[in-house]
Design a protein around this ligand. Structure first.
Ligand SMILES: C[S@@+](CC[C@H](N)C(=O)[O-])C[C@H]1O[C@@H](n2cnc3c(N)ncnc32)[C@H](O)[C@@H]1O
Length: 224
């Protein structure tokens, strides 16, 4: 997607999100955006129909392989990271709160055996709790209100199995940086909330963002 299209898409996101926030609805704008885009991914700023390039780099550097392990993709959007994990040999479940995103992902990846599901991170199926060898979270923490951060992170940690791994890709910020515009980057101090949820940090990388964008943190946690 070119820079101008992305800028236009971000302006529309700000408008739709603000309309929903005024009604006290902090999550409804995702479905409204996917619906309004009517199948045009250029209206979704994060949907470039490719696996996330920071996660791709991390996976290459660490030699990530699925070897039949089960993986969960949180807030999967159009499912390109789910497809990437599938092709690395994981058995993949991927979910999003937006039914339109999930239908779209199912259409895009109909040739892969990926279990896509519409689900809310805060009300997941009980069978998912503590059930996954590998959990991938890309950009779901940052567009949810900062006041919800500990609940969001605790819910994500809850999917990681007894000796499982979580990888988080997020816009990063310094602990004392102010942040006022959606999406709100995540600080190292906030990331410690994952440790409160029983995980330990095993890898932390900073990768430069695109021009004018914040650096990304790519962080690995393990349970046990
Ligand atoms: C910024 S997008 C990132 C999508 C995808 N991970 C990517 O990188 O392309 C955040 C995604 O999280 C989803 N989401 C937001 N709140 C959620 C919730 N409570 N439960 C599940 N998904 C949620 C949105 O619908 C959206 O697809």
């Amino acid at each position: 997607m070119d820079k101008e299209a992305k800028e236009k898409a971000r302006e529309r996101v700000a408008e739709i999100a603000s309309e929903h926030y005024k009604r006290g609805d902090v999550m409804g704008w995702f479905e409204a955006l996917y619906k309004e885009s009517a199948g045009n991914n250029e209206m979704i700023p994060w949907a470039d129909l490719e696996p996330n390039r920071f996660f791709h780099k991390w996976a290459e550097a660490t030699g990530l392989k699925g070897e039949g392990r089960n993986a969960l993709v949180v807030g999967c959007g159009l499912g390109d990271d789910a497809k990437f994990l599938h092709d690395l040999g994981f058995k993949v479940t991927a979910f999003d709160i937006s039914p339109t995103a999930i239908e779209w992902a199912e259409r895009l990846h109909a040739d892969r055996d990926i279990a896509f599901a519409t689900a809310d991170l805060f009300k997941p199926p009980a069978a998912w709790l503590g059930a996954f060898d590998f959990v991938l979270e890309i950009y779901t923490i940052q567009p949810l209100p900062i006041e919800m951060r500990d609940n969001v992170m605790d819910a994500i940690a809850g999917f990681v199995g007894p000796s499982g791994t979580l990888v988080v890709v997020t816009r990063g910020r310094e602990d004392d940086d102010e942040t006022d515009l959606l999406p709100w980057p995540v600080s190292r101090e906030e990331l410690r909330l994952f440790e409160k949820s029983g995980l330990r940090q095993t890898d932390f990388r900073i990768m430069p963002g695109d021009e004018g964008e914040p650096d990304r943190f790519v962080v690995e946690y393990r349970r046990g």
